[in-house]
Design a protein around this ligand. Structure first.
Ligand code: SIN
Length: 477
């Protein structure tokens, strides 16, 4: 099978499905067309649904060990094509090539992990009060899954969902972002090369996402919806899924506090912040959004941070040495610039700003004198802006950190063991980096509390999201 065509199309039942409704996939670094892709029509949506239902039936005849073998082959194919996948990702998403390569390996890591977990979906026997009945549970696939993934991680957010779904025996219809459909298509073609049944993983490209989502949300045969994206869209999807009572997993927005206590190793805290803030030019849901610094270490921290930020190079992700690529599109840049202006109007100060950039590139900025009530402290920035708030004591740091609606990731730096225990327990977040700025890992549960979502991805918990527990009560004569 040809991995990439001149024009790309949805991938339905193991084949390219072409329509005349073409659109350009643009390179955010230069606004040039990477490729043209076609948007799926109503017939394509129906074919994908039929294909997914058929694949689900076929998968009932495939053992967990066989599914594990397919995932192992898919993992190997992703890695043997890593250069092509990384370059494609830079072209349609903009991140620097070294980060794109890191993401390909991160994405492959989920496939490898769930190849291992596929064979571990154990049921239980339950001691009964009555010796004439045997009680047990088995785990079975949820059914056909609809997945909706964002543009910021064009591969990893897909494998994190599709690999556990397939490991569990579910078939999957994916709607990737229309900004980054090419990586998704390449991934699906590799899955078929690895032996995945046609219809087990289909990719529908669309410029009319609302229509496609409404169609599948109303469809009772889709038993699960898994989404990574904003809290606003997550709320809408939850309400749309209510009619057919779908299982849902929601990886929604974050507003991560990054707390630096006086006892911290400041050099390590700055290194951690550079990773937690500037990965993908700040366009991650686990990005450090509010940097909370204790008064006593503020001067040392800001001086060390300024040196690190001033060394960042902004530019095309294909040029070696660049650290920050472009933002994904014009509205993203307008939003980040708007947040900087509103922070300044509300009393923040620019401590550092790199030289002005053109196109969708944006220079890194450090803002100080930020307060928790400002718009910038209550909005996911999704850009290379460090927004610094100072605090006076641990209690105030926790009240600032927890005083938002989101609860995805939080980070803190401290060398005081008692403080580490207290703060880890008190932070109302699903994931905590303690003296560590890079927490994402296929073997660990990724997910948030409060309005940052429902469910966990990766880890052993990631498989359960695609399994139903069935209780069996068997009477003996
Ligand atoms: C995200 O930003 O949506 C995911 C980041 C990660 O997996 O590390």
């Amino acid at each position: 099978m040809q991995l990439l065509l001149e024009h790309e199309h949805s991938f339905i039942n193991g084949k390219s499905y072409q329509t005349q409704d073409m659109f350009a996939v643009l390179n955010p670094a230069n606004q040039q067309t990477v490729k043209h892709a076609s948007s799926v029509d109503e017939k394509g949506r129906m074919l994908a649904l039929t294909g997914a239902k058929h694949a689900l039936e076929q998968l009932r005849l495939v053992s967990a060990v066989q599914r594990s073998e397919v995932l192992k082959k898919w993992h190997a194919l992703i890695l043997s094509n890593e250069k092509m996948l990384a370059e494609l990702m830079v072209a349609e998403q903009g991140k620097p090539l070294h980060e794109a390569l890191g993401e390909v390996r991160y994405a492959a890591g989920f496939v490898e992990w769930f190849a291992q977990e596929a064979i571990r979906s154990y049921g239980e026997t339950i001691p009964s009060q009555n010796t004439s009945v045997q009680l047990s549970t088995i785990k079975q696939p949820v059914g056909v899954v609809l997945g909706i993934t964002p543009w910021n991680f064009p591969l990893a957010m897909i494998t994190r969902k599709v690999a556990p779904a397939y490991a569990a025996g579910c078939s999957f219809i994916l709607k990737p972002s229309e900004e980054t459909p090419l990586s998704a298509i390449a991934l699906a073609k590799l899955a078929v090369q690895a032996g995945m049944e046609a219809g087990a993983f289909q990719v529908l490209i669309t410029t009319q996402p609302a229509e496609l989502i409404e169609y599948y949300c109303q469809c009772a045969a889709i038993r699960k919806l898994t989404f990574t994206g904003s809290t606003r869209v997550g709320r809408l999807l939850l309400s749309q899924s209510a009619t057919t009572i779908k299982r849902t997993s929601m990886e929604l927005g974050g507003n991560a506090p990054f707390i630096v206590y006086d006892s911290a190793n400041i050099a390590e805290a700055v290194t951690g912040l550079m990773a937690a803030k500037f990965r993908n030019a700040g366009q991650t849901c686990v990005a450090a959004n509010r940097v909370l610094v204790e008064q006593g270490c503020m001067a040392e921290f800001i001086s060390c941070l300024t040196t690190a930020v001033a060394a960042l190079k902004v530019g095309d992700g294909m040029v070696a040495g660049n650290d920050l690529g472009p933002l994904i599109h014009e509205p993203a840049k307008v939003k980040v610039e708007g947040l900087i202006s509103s922070a300044l109007k509300q009393g923040a100060k620019i401590h550092y700003q790199g030289a002005a950039e053109t196109g969708l590139f944006i220079a890194p900025v450090i803002l100080t004198h930020v307060t928790p009530d400002m718009d910038i402290a209550n909005t996911e920035i999704f850009g290379p802006v460090v927004s610094v708030i100072t605090f006076t004591d641990e209690q105030q740091s926790l009240s600032f950190a927890n005083g938002v609606e989101e609860g995805l990731a939080a980070y803190f730096y401290s060398q005081d063991v008692s403080q580490i225990h207290r703060v880890s327990r008190a932070l109302e977040y699903g994931m905590i980096g303690i003296n560590e700025g890079m927490i994402s890992n296929p073997v660990a549960p990724f997910g948030g509390v409060k309005q940052s979502g429902l469910g966990r991805e990766g880890a052993k918990q990631g498989l359960d999201e695609y399994l139903e527990v069935k209780y069996l009560c068997q009477k003996f004569d």
